[in-house]
Design a protein around this ligand. Structure first.
Ligand SMILES: NC(=O)c1ccc[n+]([C@@H]2O[C@H](COP(=O)([O-])OP(=O)(O)OC[C@H]3O[C@@H](n4cnc5c(N)ncnc54)[C@H](O)[C@@H]3O)[C@@H](O)[C@H]2O)c1
Length: 276
C-alpha cells in the first residue's frame, strides 16, 4: 500500500506515535508515502519513554511536543504546525488514550475519581480542546478531516476496559457534536474510527488483553483489523474521496460489531465440547 499520492499537497498533524507498534506510527508513515506533509506530536514524557523522535528523524518531519491536557500546549502546537508546514491544515489524527484506574488495576466499582478525571481529560476532553483550538485559530482548510480512534466498549460492555469505555463514549459524542458545528461553520468533517484490539502499548494495558484479542479475532469474519489496515482506513478518511463523511463512528473491525456469534465460538459451546 502507499504511493498513490492521494494526500499530495495536504498538511496534517499526527498525535500519539509512541513506538513502532503505535497505530499513529503506521499512519504517519503512510501519510508520507501518500504525499502529505506532517507534524508529529506526543506528550513531553514520550521523549523519555518512546521513540517519537526517531520517527521524526526517519520521516524528516517536525516534532512538537504537547500535553493534550494543556490548552497552551495545543495552541503552540497548532500555531507551530501551520507555520512549519507553510499553510493551513487538511487533517489531524487524535490517537491518544490513557486510563489511570485501568493502569492501576482498580476495579470499575472502586474507581479513584482523581484518576477518572485525568482519564477523561487525556482520552476524551483533549479531543474537544484540540478542535476548539483548531476552530478558533481557523487552522483547518475547508473539507479538512479530523479523526480520533475509539473502541466498541463505548457501545457494549467489556468488563476489563473499565473507565476507558466511558471516555470513548464521550469521545464519540464529541465527534458528533463538534462535527455538526465544525461542518456548519467551516465545512470541516469529524469522525471516529472504532478499531479492533491491536497489540500496542495502550492496548496491552487492558487486563486480559490476549484473551480479548483472540476472542475478537475468532468472532470477526475477516479476523481482527491490524494497525496497518487501520492506517490505510485513516488515509482514506483524510483524502478527498470521503468528503461527505462526517459525525460518524466508523467500525474498522473485520465485522466484529455486527456478528452475533461465529461458527468457531458456537462449536466451543456444544454440550459435547462442554462435556455435558
Ligand atoms: N490498541 C488497541 O487495541 C486499540 C483499539 C481501539 C482503539 N485504540 C485507540 O487508539 C489510540 C492509539 O493507541 P495505540 O493503541 O496506538 O497505543 P499507544 O500507546 O501507542 O498510543 C497512545 C498514545 O497516547 C499518548 N498520550 C498519552 N497521554 C498523553 C498526553 N497527556 N498528551 C499527549 N499524548 C498522550 C501516548 O504517548 C501514546 O503515544 C488510542 O486512542 C486508543 O484508545 C486502541
Amino acid at each position: 500500500m502507499g504511493n498513490n499520492q492521494i494526500l499530495k499537497g495536504k498538511r496534517g498533524i499526527v498525535f500519539g506515535a509512541l513506538n513502532e507498534a503505535s497505530i499513529a506510527w503506521k499512519v504517519a508513515e503512510l501519510c508520507i508515502a501518500e504525499g502529505a506533509q506532517i507534524v508529529l506530536t506526543n506528550a513531553p514524557v514520550a521523549a523519555k519513554i518512546g521513540q517519537t523522535e526517531e520517527l521524526a528523524t526517519k520521516l524528516n518531519v517536525p516534532l512538537i511536543y504537547a500535553d493534550v491536557t494543556k490548552m497552551e500546549d495545543l495552541q503552540t502546537l497548532v500555531d507551530g504546525s501551520v507555520e512549519k508546514l507553510g499553510g493551513k491544515l487538511d487533517f489531524v489524527l487524535h490517537s491518544v488514550g490513557m486510563s489511570l484506574n485501568v493502569r492501576k488495576k482498580n476495579p470499575y466499582t472502586d474507581s479513584n475519581y482523581d484518576y477518572m478525571h485525568t482519564t477523561l481529560d487525556i482520552s476524551a476532553m483533549s479531543f474537544h480542546r484540540l478542535m476548539q483550538t483548531l476552530i478558533k485559530s481557523d487552522a483547518v482548510n475547508e473539507w479538512g478531516s479530523i479523526l480520533a480512534l475509539t473502541y466498541i466498549a463505548a457501545q457494549r460492555v467489556f468488563p476489563d476496559y473499565g473507565e476507558m469505555a466511558d471516555a470513548k463514549s464521550l469521545l464519540e459524542s464529541y465527534a458528533r457534536s463538534f462535527g455538526y458545528h465544525y461542518g456548519k461553520a467551516k465545512k470541516v468533517r469529524v469522525n471516529t474510527i472504532s478499531q479492533s484490539p491491536t497489540k500496542t502499548t495502550a492496548g496491552s494495558g487492558v487486563g486480559g488483553f490476549d484473551a480479548f484479542y483472540n476472542y475478537a479475532n475468532t468472532m470477526s469474519p475477516l479476523g481482527n483489523a491490524s494497525g496497518e489496515a487501520c492506517a490505510e482506513y485513516c488515509i482514506s478518511l483524510f483524502s478527498d474521496y470521503t468528503r461527505m463523511v462526517t459525525m460518524q463512528n466508523l467500525f474498522h473491525d473485520g465485522g466484529f460489531s455486527f456478528t452475533g456469534v461465529s461458527q468457531e465460538l458456537i462449536e466451543t459451546f456444544t454440550d459435547n465440547a462442554l462435556g455435558k
